[in-house]
Design a protein around this ligand. Structure first.
Ligand code: FAD
Ligand code: NAI
Length: 475
C-alpha cells in the first residue's frame, strides 16, 4: 500500500522546502523528496542555494572580504597586521560548516512541521484516482501517492559546447566553490552574477582574473549608469573584463586550460589559465523526473510550462523556482513555493514579479528593484531621476567605503517610484526599504518625508528621493 499525502514536493531547495513548510502550516500532510547527497552520502536538503549556490558563495565572499580588508584597508584605521596569510583549506572548511548548519536547519524544520522527508530521486510513475504515484529511488525504493505534486527540481549549470565540466580544470559553480588553492591565473566565461561574485572571491585572494563575456555591453540587464560605475570599479580592482568575445575551442592539459577566442575586433586570441570557471547561465533541471510518464509539458528550454500561479498543464501538478520561467533567484523560488501551498489550501497567494529584488554580492554590492532607466525609455514612460553618491554620506565616510550611489526613478506625473538602483556598501540591505516602498506604491516624496536614522547608509536612499525633486540636502 503506497503512503499517501495531500502534497508531495519534489526537491528541497528554497522553492521546495519553503513550499513544503507552508503547506504543512496550512494543515496538509506533506512529503518532500530530495536527492542531494553530502560528502558522506547523507541527505543535504537546501538545493543549489544551500549546497553550491547562495550560501557557500556568500561564505567565501565574506572570508575573502576580511582578507582584503586586512590586506589593504586596516592600515587606514591604524591597525598593523604582521604575517597575514590565507589558509584556503580552513576557509573552505568554514564554508562547508556553514552549509551543514543550513542543511541541518532544514531537516529540523521538516521535523518541527511534521513533513515526511525522503532522501532519493523522485520520478513520475502514473496518474490515478488519488492523484499521482511518485517513485522514490534511494536507499529504499518506494512509491508514494500525492493528491498535489509540487515540482521544485531547480537548475544545473550550462556547459560550453564541447567543453564539459570536469570540475578539475573546467569548473561549474560546484568546482568554483571547492578550489583547494588560489589559482595563479583564473579565467571565467560570462560576466554575469556568478562570474562577478566568484571572480571577486579569487581576485581578492590573489588570483589574476580574466573574464570573457560574449555580449558587447557589461551587465546589460542592470541600469546603465550603475553598470558603468561597476565596470569602472571592478576594472580598477584588477578584474580584466573583455566584452564582445566569441569563445572557441577550450583545451585542457596538466598545465591548465587554454581558451581560444575571437575578441571584439575580430582578432584570434588565446587565454591560458590554471582554472576556468564557466558561468554562462543555468538550465532548468528535470533529469530523472520522467515527466513524459504523465504528459507534463516542458518548453523548448526544458523548463516546465506554468501559468502565473505556477499551475502546469496537469491538474494538481504545480512547479516553482528555477525549473520554471522567471529569474533564477532563491527568494523568487521561495515566494512561488508559498503561493502554490496557499493556492492548494484554497487561498489566493501571488508573486509580484515587478518587485523582486536583485543583489550582486560583489564589493561594492549592487542591488536593484523595478525598472531601469533604459527600460523606462524603451517603454515610453516619462520619469524623473534622482541620484545621491555615498561620497556625501557620513556613515559611508566613517566606514571607509564611499564608492557608488543610490539612484531613484519615479514617474514624472504621479511621482510613484518605478525603480531603485544601488551600487555601494550594504546595497543588499538598503534595497529592502525600496522593495517595501514599491509594494506600497510609494512616491519618491513619501521616502523623502520619512525620518531616516543618522548616521546611516539609508540616508542616501532618502537623499536620492529628495534628488528626484532636485532638493537633495547633502550634495
Ligand atoms: P534548487 O535550489 O536547485 O533545488 C532543487 C533541489 O531538487 C536540489 O536539491 C536537487 O537535488 C533536487 N532534485 C532535482 N531533481 C530531483 C528529483 N528528480 N528527485 C529528487 N530531488 C531532485 N540566488 C539568490 O537569490 N541569491 C544568491 O545570492 C544566489 N547565489 C547563487 C550563487 C551560485 C553560485 C548559484 C549557482 C546560484 C545562486 N543563486 C542565488 C540562485 C539560487 O541558488 C537558485 O535560484 C535557487 O537555488 C533555486 O531554488 P529551487 O528550489 O528552484 O532549486
Ligand atoms: P548569468 O545569466 O547571470 O550570466 C551569464 C553571462 O554569460 C551573461 O552575461 C551572458 O551574456 C554570458 N554568456 C553566455 N554565453 C556565453 C558564451 N558562450 N561566452 C561568453 N559569455 C557568455 O548566469 P550565471 O552567472 O551563470 O548565473 C546563473 C544564475 O544564477 C543567475 O542568472 C542568477 O539567477 C543566479 N545567481 C544569483 C546570484 C545572486 O542573486 N546574487 C548569484 C549567483 C547566481
Amino acid at each position: 500500500m503506497n503512503k499517501k499525502f495531500d502534497v508531495i514536493v519534489i526537491g528541497a531547495g528554497p522553492g521546495g522546502y519553503v513550499g513544503a513548510i507552508r503547506a504543512a502550516q496550512l494543515g496538509k500532510t506533506v512529503a518532500c523528496i530530495d536527492a542531494w547527497k553530502n560528502s558522506k552520502g547523507g541527505p543535504a536538503p537546501g538545493g543549489t542555494c544551500t549546497n553550491v549556490g547562495c550560501i557557500p558563495s556568500k561564505a567565501l565572499l565574506q572570508s575573502s572580504e576580511h582578507f582584503d580588508q586586512a590586506s589593504h584597508h586596516f592600515a587606514d584605521h591604524g591597525i598593523t597586521v604582521n604575517g597575514l596569510a590565507m589558509d584556503v583549506a580552513k576557509m573552505g572548511a568554514r564554508k562547508d560548516d556553514v552549509v551543514k548548519q543550513n542543511n541541518n536547519g532544514i531537516l529540523y524544520l521538516f521535523k518541527k512541521n511534521k513533513i515526511s522527508f525522503f532522501h532519493g530521486r523522485a520520478s513520475f510513475v502514473r496518474a490515478n484516482d488519488d492523484g499521482y504515484d511518485i517513485l522514490v529511488t534511494g536507499e529504499n525504493n518506494e512509491t508514494l501517492t500525492g493528491r498535489h505534486i509540487i515540482v521544485a527540481t531547480g537548475s544545473n549549470a550550462r556547459a560550453l559546447p564541447g567543453a564539459p565540466f570536469d570540475e578539475q580544470h573546467i569548473l561549474s559553480n560546484d568546482g568554483a566553490l571547492r578550489l583547494q588553492a588560489v589559482p595563479k591565473k583564473l579565467g571565467l566565461i560570462g560576466s554575469g552574477v556568478i562570474g562577478l561574485e566568484m571572480g571577486t572571491v579569487w581576485r581578492r585572494l590573489g588570483a589574476k582574473v580574466t573574464i570573457l563575456e560574449a555580449l558587447p555591453t557589461f551587465l546589460s540587464a542592470v541600469d546603465v549608469q550603475i553598470a558603468a560605475e561597476a565596470q569602472k570599479v571592478f576594472t580598477k580592482q584588477g578584474l580584466a573584463i573583455e566584452l564582445g568575445v566569441k569563445v572557441g575551442q577550450v583545451t585542457t592539459s596538466t598545465e591548465g586550460v587554454q581558451v581560444a577566442y575571437t575578441n571584439s575586433e575580430g582578432h584570434a586570441q588565446s587565454l591560458e589559465v590554471d582554472k576556468l570557471i564557466v558561468s554562462i547561465g543555468r538550465v532548468p533541471n528535470t533529469d530523472g523526473l520522467n515527466p513524459q510518464a504523465v504528459g507534463l509539458a516542458l518548453d523548448e528550454r526544458g523548463a516546465i510550462v506554468v501559468d502565473n500561479e505556477c499551475r502546469t498543464n496537469l491538474a494538481n501538478v504545480w512547479a516553482v523556482g528555477d525549473v520554471v520561467r522567471g529569474p533564477m533567484l532563491a527568494h523568487k523560488a521561495e515566494e512561488e513555493g508559498v503561493v502554490v501551498a496557499e493556492r492548494i489550501a484554497g487561498q489566493q497567494g501571488h508573486v509580484n514579479f515587478n518587485t523582486i529584488p536583485w543583489v550582486i554580492y560583489t564589493s561594492p554590492e549592487m542591488a536593484w528593484v523595478g525598472r531601469t532607466e533604459q527600460q523606462l525609455k524603451a517603454d515610453g514612460v516619462t520619469y524623473k531621476a534622482g541620484t545621491f553618491p555615498f561620497l556625501a554620506n557620513g556613515r559611508a565616510r566613517a566606514l571607509g567605503d564611499t564608492t557608488g550611489m543610490v539612484k531613484m526613478l519615479a514617474d514624472a506625473t504621479s511621482d510613484e517610484i518605478l525603480g531603485v538602483h544601488i551600487i555601494g556598501p550594504m546595497a543588499s540591505e538598503l534595497i529592502a526599504e525600496c522593495v517595501v516602498a514599491m509594494e506600497f506604491h510609494a512616491s519618491s516624496e513619501d521616502i523623502a518625508r520619512i525620518c531616516h536614522a543618522h548616521p546611516s547608509l539609508s540616508e542616501s536612499t532618502k537623499e536620492a528621493a529628495l534628488a528626484v525633486d532636485k532638493r537633495s540636502l547633502n550634495s
